[in-house]
Design a protein around this ligand. Sequence first.
Ligand SMILES: Cc1cc2nc3c(=O)[nH]c(=O)nc-3n(C[C@H](O)[C@H](O)[C@H](O)COP(=O)(O)OP(=O)(O)OC[C@H]3O[C@@H](n4cnc5c(N)ncnc54)[C@H](O)[C@@H]3O)c2cc1C
Length: 422
Amino acid sequence: MSSAVFDEQANRWDIKLESGQRAQAQFLIAAVGLLSARYTPAFEGVDSFTGESFHTSRWPKEKVDFTGKRVAVIGTGATAVQLIPEIAPEVGHLTVFQRTPNYCAPCRNSEVTPEEQREWKASYDTIHKRIRETTVGMMHEFDPRKTFDVPKEERLAFYEDLWSKPGFTKWLSNFHDIMTDLDANEDFSEFVRNKIRARIKDPVVAEQLAPKDHPFGSKRIPLETNYYEAYNRDNVLLVDVREAPIESITPNGVKTTEQEYEFDIIIYATGFDAVTGALSQIDVRGEGGQTIKEKWANGPRNYLGLQIAGFPNLFTATNAAFCNYTVCAESIVEWITDCIRHIREKDLQRIAPKPQAEDEWIAYVNKVAEGLIITKAKSAWFMGTNIPGKPPAVLLNPLPAPAYRAKCAEAAAKGYEDFVLQ
Ligand SMILES: Cc1cc2nc3c(=O)[nH]c(=O)nc-3n(C[C@H](O)[C@H](O)[C@H](O)COP(=O)(O)OP(=O)(O)OC[C@H]3O[C@@H](n4cnc5c(N)ncnc54)[C@H](O)[C@@H]3O)c2cc1C
């Protein structure tokens, strides 16, 4: 979709696709994804490279032959962390350009036995009920104890146990105050740094890979399998672009302030213009012709992450809670469905939040986020600070998922009084 213009007379969205096709709809649901708008830094000369290059989210459909090739990976976020250990044994030489080291945690994927599969399937109802109750919509739940209320030896044993478990356990089943108390967080951050250091043979590289400029969990934790071991290989080089920033992409490769590196393939693992990026890229015009870009010039504004004042009958489904998205998406879809049903039953034409409700919601979200470490990383998509020039803002509403759901339910139960209904 390239544009959507609200026709204030007809109360319809006039929609245009890239193909030139047009459509009209009373309601427009923007389900464009929170991590779907790829971000490639505007390096000078980016189009001049004569080899093959692509972004991790636009991986070529044909199998890429890395055999013997000189390959660059720019970025060390979630996608880089997954691909580096996979391609390192195949390439001739791999150079990883790192700006921010991440606290990567072992994924610990394993084969699911038929018996485990049967058990999981028999528990679907229990699991489904549980994930609607937890803070982040997963089977994990934060531990109610405070970090420093637990004696050191017991704390370390707890960390080791978390570390041995799969998935996000070590983040989202940890002591709850690692997300609010910087000292508590530092206790676990150092535990993770030591886990990283222990896996890297070269102490200089180990320090480069051990994050020290942001708290654990203030950026999304990448889950990995054999990521750190890749740096022990003779054919893998880590370049710290904080020390020597990338100046340009040249026809032959990548030029930093220190030297030029030659490559056959450059992979941009440079992330996403998260949450608001995909919608901002569409020419959306609401009441009075205001564009979404104008509306969001100083940061995104919305009510409940679901609707935007001045953009009637537009629903957004991307900036919900800090949550397992597929779970939270369900409640968003349910809310939007009920809302549209209400409009139809009452024979109304349009709905948009009152500007005051929007102002109060944004103030509330910022207040809740104030004490949380998710606001503390210098460069993180949670806050939009990975994109140069993007106004820093709390992009994922920080309420626990059940509290967020209750807020949305309350707004509907009050007869949508925070909305202008026409
Ligand atoms: C590396 C990575 C790791 C992730 N890890 C997690 C995780 O651990 N937990 C989690 O909950 N989520 C995670 N996500 C987020 C994940 O994107 C969402 O959970 C999930 O994909 C959201 O589903 P969706 O349908 O809302 O959006 P998407 O799956 O992103 O789908 C959006 C769709 O909209 C389309 N679209 C965008 N713009 C336009 C346009 N202008 N016109 C037409 N179509 C358009 C896109 O092409 C795409 O098909 C991760 C994402 C990435 C990239």
